[in-house]
Each structure stands twice: as C-alpha cells, then as structure tokens.
Design a protein around this ligand. Structure first.
Ligand code: ZN
Length: 343
C-alpha cells in the first residue's frame, strides 16, 4: 500500500495572549489591526479543505469568515500550498486541519506565527484501514469481508481505549485520515472547532455553542439515515476508486475494496486490477464507484470487463458542485442503497 504520511513534524501552536485577542477584537473601528479580524469584524479562520470548512461555517455562522486552504475543485491529497497562501494563512487566527492528510500543509504549519493550528486528528480516533487486495494477507477470499470487519471492529475497540490527550501522536504511518465520511467522527471534530472558536472569540461563545448543537443534530440525522438506509441490503461490499470510505464502511458494516489506496494518485497495478476483478465476480458486485476529482479510467475498464456499471460515490474531498456536505452525503447514501440493493 502506498502511504503518503510524512515523518512526524513539530507542531507549533501559537497561543494568543488575552491582551492580543482583546486588541484584535477591539480593532473593528481601528483599521490598523484588522488584518486578523477581517474588515467585516468577523473572526478570520482557515480550514484545510472543504469538509472542515463546512463544519467551521456551520459553527461560526455569521461571526466567522472561513477560508479553505485547498481551493474548490482541487484534489487535496497532493495539493501543494504556495508561499502566497502561507502569507494569507498568517492573517488568520486559527487553522483547522487534518495532520497526515496533506503533507505540504503539515510543513507549512511549522512556519505559521500567531495562528492556532488545530489538528483535528487528535479528536476523532483515527485507525488503520486496509482495503487493497495486493497483500499476502488480503481479503480476496472472503465472500462478504466478514473476517475483515471483525479485525476492524477490534481495531476500534482498541482505539476507544486509547488516551487521546493532547500530545498523543497519531502520525503513525498507516492511520487513515478520511474521518469526515463518518458523521459520528464529524461530531467530535465539530466540538473541537467550537472550543477553539469560543476561545478566540469568547463574545460569541453562546452562538457557537448553539450552532454546534444544531450541527450535532444534523450529523445525528445523517447518521441515522445511513443506519436505517443500509440496514437491510443484498450486498455489503463496495468497490471504490481510492480507499476513502474505511470509516463509513466500519460505521455501517460494509466492507471496502479500493482500486487505489489511501492516496488516489497511486495508479492500480495490473495485479491489483486482476484481484479486484476476481473480487467483483465472486461477490456479485454490480457497481464500481468513481469519484469527481480522480480519473475514472481504471473503474470504467473494470466495469466494462465485469459487465457492471459505474456510479459516483463522493469522498467529499472538495466542495460539491451542488449543495453541501450534508447533500453530498445524502447522495452517497442513495448511490450506496442502489448499488447494494438495500430495502
Ligand atoms: Zn482521499
């Protein structure tokens, strides 16, 4: 499996002093120091890419101006941050990001000054996921990924008992960063964002709390519709373009096989393609899932060879063309129900 995690990096969190914060907030009428507050008087923060931006906007509402470091329509895994963007980032008060997901941004975090960099992986209990059929201990012989699920569930239990206190390092090579496809983990990330926004802008803490409560309900609703929608299905295994759906598969008891691994840039090898083809045939898979920002060629070739169809399953790695995170997740559920013949 190709992994893209860089070595552990030093995370510098620049804590704002209460005095600086007070000056920043008082600067609405004083343009000399509105670079961090924004000319609108809103708290200026950044999110590394779309799902985190969406979360932060939901919580910040009208009081926060949230930019996305990764531009819309850009595949975030391989995104390279520019010097100009680092300068822009330095004008914000906080950055919410997913350490280990975008190495270029991980590097930039070390050079930020006076920006609180909040690594959300500390709050969401990342675990390892397999999902490629290229290893000796692969899951290709299993009709329904039963043993694989057992392993993953065990992994979860272990993870829960882990202490995720500040300073606990999740930079281990194989942790899967794609937590945003699990609504329950999104709730925990939302709590961390709420805490940071309230710290930076205590005057609006009540609003952030209230917005977060509404967001938690929204994510609960999404979780419930996935639970219900995927409860009774003819099939429970999905074939995806890259293995972005490990947490979603864990949560809703599906098993995932990817044409590429955690990093979509790695092209599937002929051996992997042959194994996935065998898997598709043995499992009665009807649909090969593609995604918006990665070439659908291997998926289309596979679909042709196995007389199956392709359909989009969004890994939510960029802003959807229409709607938002919630709408795209709902579309994902519809696509899954159709592919798996759920009642
Ligand atoms: Zn991904």
């Amino acid at each position: 499996m190709v992994l893209m995690f860089n070595k552990h990096r030093t995370r510098i969190v620049a804590a704002m002093s209460a005095l600086t914060l007070a000056l920043g907030l008082a600067s609405c009428s004083d343009s000399s120091d509105d670079s961090k507050g924004g000319s609108s008087g809103k708290l200026k923060v950044a999110a590394s890419f779309y799902p985190i931006q969406w979360l932060t906007q939901q919580i910040g509402g009208d009081h926060v101006d949230v930019s996305s470091v990764t531009p819309a329509g850009t595949e975030p895994h391989e995104f390279e941050i520019s010097t100009k963007q680092i300068a822009e980032l330095n004008k914000t008060k906080a950055l919410f990001y997913v350490k280990g997901f975008q190495p270029s941004l991980d590097d930039a975090v070390g050079s930020l000054s006076d920006v609180s960099a909040v690594d959300l992986t500390k709050n969401v209990n990342l675990v390892r996921h397999e999902g490629l059929l290229e290893h000796e201990h692969d899951h290709g012989d299993k009709k329904d990924g039963e043993a694989k699920k057992d392993d993953e569930e065990k992994g979860h239990e272990d993870g829960k008992e882990h202490d995720h206190a500040e300073g606990h390092d999740h930079g281990d090579d194989a942790a899967d960063p794609h937590f945003w496809l699990d609504p329950a983990r999104m709730k925990r990330a939302a709590d961390a964002i709420t805490a940071e926004l309230s710290k930076k802008d205590p005057g609006h803490a009540d609003a952030y709390k209230k917005n977060n409560e509404a967001l938690q309900k929204k994510l609960d609703g999404l979780d419930k519709s996935f639970q219900t929608g995927l409860a009774t299905c003819e099939r429970r295994s999905i074939v995806t373009t890259h293995t972005a759906f490990g947490y979603l598969a864990d949560r809703y008891k599906l098993s995932q096989v990817g044409l590429s691994g955690i990093d979509p840039e790695s092209e599937p090898s002929p051996a992997t393609l042959a194994k996935v083809k065998k898997y598709v045939q043995e499992n009665g898979t009807t649909t090969i899932f593609t995604e918006e920002l990665v070439s659908g060629k291997p998926a289309e070739t596979l679909a042709k060879e196995t007389k199956t169809v392709t359909a989009v399953l969004s890994p939510l790695e960029s802003k959807p063309e229409k709607g938002d995170y919630e709408a795209a997740m709902t579309d994902n559920l519809t696509a899954l129900k159709k592919a798996l013949a759920c009642k």
